[in-house]
Write a protein that binds this ligand. Structure first.
Ligand SMILES: N[C@@H](CCC[C@H](N)C(=O)O)C(=O)O
Length: 278
């Protein structure tokens, strides 16, 4: 199997982009192989993007398959990469992105994109969490967490200093806690310069990523719910860069940079070997 790919990242959250016209019969197996940082291209996921340029604005169907082979309903940074990728090809400055979490409008600007992320949901069925009540500042593992769905589920813990958290040790018990029937991304936040520093342990990557867009929105939404911020504009800084979030009761937006890293061709042999030509 031969196909062309491109590599993009949004604040360090990196993706291999593949046009679904290229026939990839086993997406999970393909993503596991391609995302491998030792033997593959290395990425936080594969974005299968199907562009429909005939619409105004153009539409793109986005499917994110993660390094463990699972498919995620939404990805904030992936959506920014998808928006820039699609807009360049359709010669547009806005696009509609169809995701499993719903259709999202995206506006392209110099060096990046703003995505309308929908309304953050705290309801137990929406996150989802076990039980009849929202999970607000509730002890899970060693932290008080607030659960919110911003396209995917996040458990947000506010701490004094995110750099002091041992993520690989402390996040997995929360990510796999019984209270999250579908698992959760685990996002830590600490106050910094009027905004928040962020670190996220991602479901599907099963490790820390340089940035998580739905996590940044989750921090802003949880901070608003807990009265830790009073404005609607919240700056969030993951290790990979700076993001801007707006959030009110009905909608959230995510703004940040996007960069194309490189492109190339790859061949997956019948024996499963990956040959790359970047
Ligand atoms: N990196 C993403 C989130 C991707 C989905 C997540 N790992 C999950 O499985 O819920 C982002 O930028 O939002």
């Amino acid at each position: 199997m031969n196909l062309s790919f491109e590599k993009y990242h949004g604040t360090g959250n990196d993706f291999v982009i593949v046009n679904p016209d290229a026939c990839v019969p086993h997406r999970s197996r393909f993503a596991r192989r391609v995302c491998d940082r030792t033997d593959g291209i290395g990425a936080d996921g594969v974005l299968f993007l199907a562009l429909e340029p005939e619409f105004r604005p153009p539409r793109v169907i986005m499917t994110l398959v993660q390094p463990d082979g699972s498919t995620a309903e939404m990805c904030g940074n992936g959506a920014r990469c998808a928006a820039v990728w699609a807009a360049e090809r359709a010669n547009a400055d806005e696009v509609m992105i169809d995701t499993l979490a719903g259709t999202r409008h995206a506006k392209i600007h110099d060096g990046g994109a703003t995505i309308e992320m929908g309304a953050p949901e705290f309801g137990p069925n929406d996150v989802p969490v076990a039980g009849d009540e929202p999970l607000i500042e509730t002890r899970v593992g060693d932290y008080d967490v607030t659960a919110v769905n911003t396209g995917v589920p996040h458990a947000v813990a506010f701490v004094d200093d995110v750099t002091a958290v041992n993520l690989e040790r402390d996040a997995p018990p929360i990510r796999h806690a019984d209270v999250f029937p579908e698992g959760a991304n685990v996002t830590f936040a600490s106050p910094c310069d009027g905004g928040f520093d962020q670190r996220t342990f991602e479901r599907g990557v099963e490790g820390e990523t340089q940035s998580c867009g739905t996590g940044a929105v989750a921090i802003a939404a949880a901070a608003r719910r807990l009265g830790l911020t009073d404005g609607e504009n919240v700056s969030v800084s993951p290790p990979g860069g700076d993001l801007e979030v707006t959030v009110d009761d009905r909608n959230a937006t995510l703004t940040g940079p996007v960069e194309r890293e490189f492109g190339g061709d790859l061949r997956v042999s019948n024996a499963g070997r990956l040959d790359l030509e970047a």
